[in-house]
Design a protein around this ligand. Structure first.
Ligand code: DLZ
Length: 207
C-alpha cells in the first residue's frame, strides 16, 4: 500500500537557472548540519549550480526571519546594481541578445541575480519554559509574512519538536530502526519547485 503521510513524488524541476539561499541557525548543530546537507544534495541533484547557492548562518532560529528578509532585499539590490553597472558599460559579458546598434548587449552573471527562493533551517527543541512556544510562533509567522510580502518563496525548514529523538529522526539520524528521514531533502526540492513556479507566474505563464 502506498504511504498516506508525506510528500507526493518529486516534481522534477530543472534548477539550472535558479539562485537559492540557505540560512541556518547554529543551535543544535549536529541536526542542523545533516538538514543543510540534505537540502544541498537535492539542490545540486536538481541542477542548481554551486555558484548559485549561498549559505549563511545566524545564532538561533529567532534570527532566521531578519536574515531571510535582509538577504532577499540585498540580493535585489545586488542584481539591480549589477544591471546598472552593465548598462553603464563598465562590464560587458557574453551577449544575451544583440542590441540594435550591433553592440553586444550586457548580461548579468547568474550568481548576481536575485534569489529565487530562500530555505530557512532551524531546530527548536521544547524545554521546560514557554520559550519554545514563543519562538516557534514568532518564527513561523514571520517567515510566512516575508514570503508573501516579498513574493520570494521562503521554505519553512524549521523543526519544532518535543525532544532530541524527534529531531534526530527528522534529520535521518535516529537510533536503531528509527533512523527516520532527512527532511532537508524535501526543503531543497521545495525551494527549486517554488522558485521555478514563481518565476513562471511572475512572467504571466500558467499551465
Ligand atoms: C535561546 C534558545 C533556546 C532556549 N533554544 C533554542 C533552540 O532550541 N533552537 C534554536 O534555534 N534557538 C534556540 N535559542 C536561541 C534563540 O533562537 C535566539 O538565538 C536567542 O534567543 C537570541 O535572540
Amino acid at each position: 500500500m502506498s504511504e498516506i503521510k508525506g510528500p507526493s513524488p518529486d516534481a522534477k524541476v530543472d534548477g539550472s537557472s535558479l539562485r537559492i539561499a540557505i540560512v541556518h541557525a547554529r543551535w543544535n548543530k549536529v541536526i542542523i548540519d545533516a538538514l543543510v546537507a540534505g537540502a544541498l544534495k537535492k539542490l545540486k541533484e536538481a541542477g542548481v549550480k554551486e555558484s548559485n547557492i549561498v549559505v549563511e548562518s545566524v545564532p538561533g532560529s529567532f534570527e532566521l526571519p531578519i536574515a531571510c528578509s535582509r538577504m532577499i532585499t540585498g540580493s535585489h539590490i545586488q542584481a539591480a546594481s549589477n544591471e546598472a553597472d552593465l548598462l553603464g558599460g563598465l562590464n560587458f559579458g557574453t551577449p544575451k541578445v544583440a542590441s540594435r546598434s550591433g553592440t553586444p548587449a550586457p548580461t548579468i552573471p547568474s550568481s548576481n541575480q536575485a534569489f529565487d527562493a530562500v530555505i530557512a533551517i532551524g531546530v527548536l527543541i521544547k524545554g521546560a519554559t514557554m520559550h519554545f512556544e514563543y519562538i516557534c510562533d514568532a518564527v513561523s509567522n514571520s517567515l510566512m509574512k516575508i514570503q508573501v510580502d516579498t513574493g520570494v518563496p521562503v521554505i519553512f525548514g524549521v523543526l519544532t519538536v518535543l525532544n532530541d529523538d524527534q529531531a534526530l529522526e527528522r534529520a535521518g539520524l535516529g537510533k536503531g530502526d528509527k533512523k527516520g528521514h532527512n527532511h532537508g531533502e524535501e526543503w531543497g526540492l521545495a525551494a527549486v519547485e517554488m522558485g521555478s513556479h514563481v518565476r513562471r507566474w511572475n512572467s504571466g505563464k500558467f499551465l
